[in-house]
Design a protein around this ligand. Sequence first.
Ligand code: AKG
Length: 389
Amino acid sequence: ALGDSPGVRQVRALEQERQLEVEWEDSGQSLYPYTWLRDNCQCPLCTLQSAQARSLLLSQLDIHTGVDRVQVTDNNKVSIVWPDQHTSEFDTEWLRKRCFSPAARQALQEELFLNERMYWDSELRIPTANFEEVLHDDKAALAWLLALRRVGIVYLKGAPVEQGQVARLSQRIGYLRLTFYGHTWQVQDKSQANNVAYTAGKLSLHTDYPALHNPPGVQFLHCLSQAGEGGESEVVDGFHMADQLRREDPEAFRTLTSLRVDFTDTGSDYCDFMVQSKNHIIDVDSDGRVVRINYNNATRDSVLDLPLHQVQAFYSSLKAYVQLMTRPENMLTYKMEPGDLVTFDNWRLLHGRKSYLSQPDRVRHLEGAYLDWDEVMSRLRILCKSVHG
Ligand code: AKG
């Protein structure tokens, strides 16, 4: 367990292994390589304290260093004197957190990246919060972002029914992600639409912007006006579906995680654009965990960079994934009302919309904005610290 200011019973220099052994008062011990300790000396010569960044250069680091002496100081710090008599002092809590044991590493990685996800299906009751509370209360903002990370979708109610709210909400985090569709964008039925979203037609389940190699991580959609007939939203948990595909059709999963598919987007909006990308429909990390879905049937390119004999297998695999997603037990449907603002993980969820009737006196209008996960996670860590200490 990672406690506050853990006591150290003793420290020992293991010369052979060139590791420091720290024996904790409550239980167990941790091992730290000398090289790592020297590299992470916290003194003002080795660390620029005002930036909390390393100023020690790699060229100054002897990766074969020994130690001269080690001890626990009176104020419970671990002190190391290096052979050149440079001294490093380490806070015990700081050290304990950075223990190299598999369990400690896993705990710290989870604290930093919050990668644990709760998978869901059509039974999900979408976590909901009040828009103004999220803007003004740190606890509400933290709960919002934690659910956005864990569940992938959070509904905010009570936003003013006027443009500019997605920008306000993005300022709560940091800044939004500018794309060729502008800082924010208006989802409306437009003539000469430069995107299929800007029509009254049905949008099948998709992630936004797979035509970019780094698609936006988070999406906000604010309803300013809804259609009388149609226009319902559909969402599905793409990670859950990918895991299901892995079990039900491993061959299709292998195809969608290994073939890179061409996407394209050409037109003019914020300025003119001619975008091309190659993305896996399902991205997995080096441990085989699903980390991002990239799929929009509208912008999937007619260019298909595959050997002839793989073309049919690609279509079969894509069909298998999409059919899984559209099963009624997997898909969640809701209809936004003016003042509703939905926030969701665009790397994980696929979203769609039913077609709607465009009426001159009742123009459907959503305003959207994108953010990236790095900025959202940054605010999440700051809120965690300010709320929980
Ligand atoms: C998008 O802009 O990506 C959409 O899917 C629009 C959704 C909607 O119109 O409800």
